[in-house]
Design a protein around this ligand. Sequence first.
Ligand SMILES: [Fe+2]
Ligand SMILES: [Fe+2]
Length: 154
Amino acid sequence: MKRHNALIPLSHDHHHGLLLSQLLKKDAPKYKGLPDSTQGKIDYLDSAYKTELIPHFKNEEEILFPFVRGKDANLDALIDEVLEQHIRIEQLYAQVKTSGDKILAMNDFALLLDQHIRLEEREVLPLIQELFDDQLEELNGKIVAVKSDDACET
Ligand SMILES: [Fe+2]
Ligand SMILES: [Fe+2]
């Protein structure tokens, strides 16, 4: 299903989120132009968390989800699930700071982020498009991708 215009910025962010997740997995290969050391990855995660993930979650929590909530029980249940994942992702991010095993902590974070993005891309956004088709026009331009990147086609 082609992503609705109003939701394209979120899918754009998801693309970057999946790349972040790949980088942080414990068996990750080297990615050109991205950090390879454990500390380099922690710093990269720190920056991406603050400048990309927090504003992305905010767009979902404060703009998209309130707009679509309360009209469909299945969608509401899915939204509850992804909101719980946001909290869990935040906890796993905090755990990277405190954990004695940074590689494992980053891997745990990466696995959940991956699962979370796939749930939103495969189930949440398609259901929102199905249920709110025309009304999504109202959100056009209100959600802005958190990272500008013209080379990214999502
Ligand atoms: Fe999310
Ligand atoms: Fe998302």
